[in-house]
Design a protein around this ligand. Structure first.
Ligand code: HEC
Ligand code: HEC
Ligand code: HEC
Ligand code: HEC
Ligand code: HEC
Ligand code: HEC
Length: 221
């Protein structure tokens, strides 16, 4: 399952500024954690201003390091630290957890930023793995400890009202073969953790139910 996430991404980033702004506005409103932005002025004044400001830096390579100011480019992720609709981002900001405390894989990060120039717009969906669950565990403890804390959680409830502890699934061959990692469900910058977690379950459980083998015989999905 992890390999699905780890697909390399080499998209052409040099889209026109207009298209980029349109996409940014769209992703920002649909899945980003940024507070809703005002629409660009109808006369295009804001757009022109931005374009002029970007021009001097456009195309310039970025000498990226782990000390770079991540928030200048990753505005959506930076805003999740102050947007109350993003409880995880806000909790970690309050606890003083910085970007690179979690995004520790310097090799992958360096590679991702190797060809980045100042006019590139970063995506708001993860395509590579740079967060190690050991980092989460070091602060929060193992799944078993978390399971105790979330014993009463109703976050994962299917259409039939079956509720499952997000940190403790019932025993079963498929679950044991596919242990979940923290980041399968937790995106620090997300507004909807329960939805993200249900999406993870839905890789196998479909038709809105956690049941298996009731409608048809067990087979791989
Ligand atoms: C508490 C840990 C944590 C902190 C702090 C954190 N992140 Fe993340 N970030 C994650 C996790 C988890 C994901 C989900 C992707 C994954 O599975 O690796 C993620 C995803 C991302 C992505 C991929 C796009 C997306 O939004 O899903 C980017 C880019 C990113 N973070 C940048 C940042 C920047 C910049 C900061 C600081 C402003 C930051 N992160 C702070 C844990 C963290
Ligand atoms: C100059 C702008 C810029 C700065 C500064 C910057 N990034 Fe990025 N970052 C990008 C762009 C653009 C991409 C997308 C690269 C690509 O598509 O290959 C990216 C990709 C990423 C990804 C991978 C997202 C994915 O696809 O899963 C992570 C994680 C990330 N950056 C974190 C950071 C962190 C942490 C910092 C600060 C130490 C940082 N970035 C600083 C522009 C920047
Ligand atoms: C440096 C320590 C540290 C790291 C690393 C860290 N956290 Fe946290 N996290 C905290 C603290 C402190 C809080 C706030 C107190 C609490 O809720 O435990 C918090 C809060 C949370 C919360 C509760 C947010 C809310 O709704 O209030 C979640 C969920 C969470 N962390 C998940 C993660 C995950 C997943 C990772 C790894 C990607 C991670 N944390 C990495 C320290 C850390
Ligand atoms: C890799 C596929 C896979 C994933 C991901 C997965 N499951 Fe399962 N799950 C199964 C299979 C297959 C069964 C049937 C029993 C077995 O063979 O393990 C099952 C059984 C169950 C059962 C028992 C159903 C019954 O009929 O008694 C529950 C409840 C359940 N899963 C909940 C979840 C939840 C909640 C998640 C997400 C946190 C999840 N599962 C993620 C494959 C998966
Ligand atoms: C199957 C998805 C899933 C996985 C895997 C998962 N979590 Fe969670 N986690 C959740 C959901 C959903 C909640 C929200 C529970 C609620 O508030 O009802 C949660 C809540 C939390 C909380 C807040 C607990 C509290 O005190 O209320 C922390 C901290 C946390 N998770 C950390 C982690 C860490 C660390 C890992 C990896 C060891 C992890 N989670 C793995 C889905 C998951
Ligand atoms: C509520 C009834 C129901 C349950 C429970 C159910 N399925 Fe299905 N499933 C269907 C229906 C209806 C279809 C489409 C017709 C068909 O192929 O039988 C289907 C199709 C499939 C297919 C074929 C293609 C696809 O992915 O859609 C797979 C594989 C599959 N199911 C796996 C599973 C697994 C694994 C579980 C348990 C985790 C499960 N199903 C539980 C109703 C169900």
């Amino acid at each position: 399952m992890e390999s699905e996430v780890k697909r390399p991404r080499r998209l052409a980033l040099a889209a026109t500024l207009g298209a980029v702004l349109a996409v940014a506005a769209l992703t920002g409103s649909l899945m980003g954690c940024a507070p809703s932005q005002p629409a660009p002025a109808a006369d295009g004044a804001a757009t022109e201003q931005e374009a002029a400001g970007d021009e001097a830096m456009a195309g310039q390579p970025v000498n990226w390091t782990m000390e770079s100011d991540c928030g200048t480019c990753h505005t959506s992720e930076a805003e999740s630290a102050t947007d109350t609709a993003c409880p995880q981002g806000v909790a970690h900001e309050a606890a003083g957890v910085t970007c690179v405390t979690c995004h520790t894989d310097e090799a992958v990060l360096s590679e991702e930023h190797a060809e980045v120039t100042f006019d590139d717009k970063p995506a708001t969906k993860a395509t590579v793995i740079t967060v190690d669950e050991a980092t989460c565990i070091a602060c929060h403890g193992e799944l078993s400890e978390l399971a105790t804390k979330t014993a009463d959680s109703a976050a994962l409830t299917d259409d039939k009202g079956t509720t499952v502890n997000p940190h403790e699934r019932p025993a079963g061959a498929k679950h044991e073969e596919n242990p979940a990692t923290c980041t399968d469900c937790h995106n620090n910058h997300s507004k909807d953790l329960p939805k993200d977690a249900m999406k993870y379950c839905a890789q196998c459980h479909h038709r809105g139910t956690f049941e298996c083998g009731t409608c048809h015989e067990l087979r791989e999905r």
